[in-house]
Ligand binder design. Structure first.
Ligand code: TPP
Ligand code: MG
Length: 386
């Protein structure tokens, strides 16, 4: 799941990219953004709790004790990160129905969620009058939304505007409790809902008014059965919104809790970089084999595997490459190279193209064409052997 984070306000700079804010941990050589073991375990616990609740609700539905289920599976990582950097009861939340892990991270309990799951009168979100996963918790500033997709983005922009006005207008009761100069408004939606007018109206107003809104677009590749490339031109909403004045845009791997923007950086870790073209039959053959190897835990600890989608051609098969790779279940981070500049920097001669980079950032080997798993492992072994 790819997450695009955009905000139109001045005060949200440390909430971008779904990443957490503290400084780096010195202990392990990995960058955990300063989160210690206990904090990371809490993150993991919340993600697992969210997934287990999905599983339980599916079971309840199969038993006809619940009548609808809306899964948050695959969305957990970026949502727990968002819940950590934002403050319940201080910032304002307009989540959508996939935001189970956010609701948990902000403090809603599994019981709260299950009561909504079975439509109980005591459901704290909506008293059993809404579908499940329509999170609501006034004390935590979680505002239950409508089932009509994308309506929440206009509510969020209105909330942000109200916050600004509360700061300016005299004589408002409880102003100090209800509004804070550095509060922000979070709103989330799927990539399909960005095709609706409400999304563009909201962006328009947020940017014109420089309102502190964080839009989290959770791009899972589909709007029910409609693939993203059928309704978002170019298949990537983050590319379309980059020209809005005052809008900061980050596109991150939403299944990676650290929300890393994908890059090939000199960070002391050996790397294997795979360049692929969506239309290339050799790449199409290679991708499932490599994915099987990755899924079986083939990439050794301490080595980064990165893929670069290059040679992009809208007139050729499997365009856009992100959608093709999503269909293939590709879990390796992808750098999209629309101008072939990354490929040129590494001297790509043909597809697929492999580059093996040592911990000192020097290129150790290059390989062109399909590569067998034993040969791949031999090359990686040479990298890690120093
Ligand atoms: C205005 C409106 N149109 C159609 C629907 C039916 N509907 C519910 S979810 C959904 C797909 C939304 O896809 P996306 O925005 O990508 O979110 P995802 O479910 O993939 O997270 C649709 C069309 C709706 N709820 N509201
Ligand atoms: Mg979707």
């Amino acid at each position: 799941m790819k997450a695009t984070v955009v905000n139109g306000g001045a005060s949200a700079s440390d909430t971008e990219a779904g990443a957490s804010s503290p400084a780096a941990s010195p202990s392990s050589g990995h960058d955990f953004q300063g989160l210690d073991r206990a904090a990371l375990l809490d993150v993991y616990r919340c993600m697992v709790r969210s997934r287990k609740l999905d599983d339980k609700e599916i079971q309840l539905k199969n038993q006809s004790r619940a009548f609808f289920q809306i899964s948050g599976a695959g969305h957990e990582a970026v949502l727990v990160a968002a819940g950590i950097v934002l403050k319940p009861g201080y910032d304002w939340f307009h989540p959508y129905y996939r935001d189970r892990a956010l609701a948990l991270q902000l403090g809603m309990t599994p019981l709260d969620i299950l009561l909504a799951g079975v439509g109980a009168e005591s459901d704290p979100s909506n008293g059993g009058r809404q579908m499940p996963s329509h999170w609501g918790d006034p004390a935590r500033h979680i505002i239950a939304g409508s089932s009509a997709t994308a309506t929440q983005v206009l509510h969020a922009v209105g909330m942000a505007e109200a916050g600004v006005l509360y700061g300016r207008l005299p004589g408002i009761d409880e102003r100090d409790v209800l509004a804070h100069p550095d509060e922000i408004v979070y709103v989330s939606l799927g990539e399909g809902a960005t095709s609706e007018g409400e999304f563009w109206e909201a962006l328009n107003t947020a940017c014109t008014g420089r309102l502190p809104v964080l839009f989290l677009i959770e791009d899972n590749g589909y709007a029910i059965s409609v693939p993203v490339e059928f309704q978002t031109p170019g298949g990537d909403i983050s590319r379309l919104v980059r020209s809005f004045p005052g809008l900061h845009v980050e596109s991150v791997d939403g299944t990676d809790f650290m929300g890393k923007a994908v890059a090939i950086k000199a960070d002391g870790r050996p790397k294997v970089v795979l360049f692929i073209a969506h239309w290339c039959p050799h790449c199409q053959a290679e991708v499932p084999l490599i994915q099987t190897w990755v899924s079986a835990g083939g990439v050794p600890q301490g080595v980064d595997l990165v893929s670069v989608a290059t040679g992009i051609d809208p007139t050729r098969p499997n365009y856009p490459p992100e959608a093709w790779l999503a269909r293939e279940g590709w879990t390796t981070p992808v750098i999209v190279d629309p101008t072939n500049s990354v490929a040129a920097a590494y001297g790509l001669p043909a597809y697929p193209f492999w580059v093996f980079i040592g911990p000192d950032s020097k290129i150790v080997a290059r390989a062109v064409g399909e590569i067998s798993i034993p040969d791949l492992e031999t090359e990686i072994g040479r990298l890690t052997a120093g």
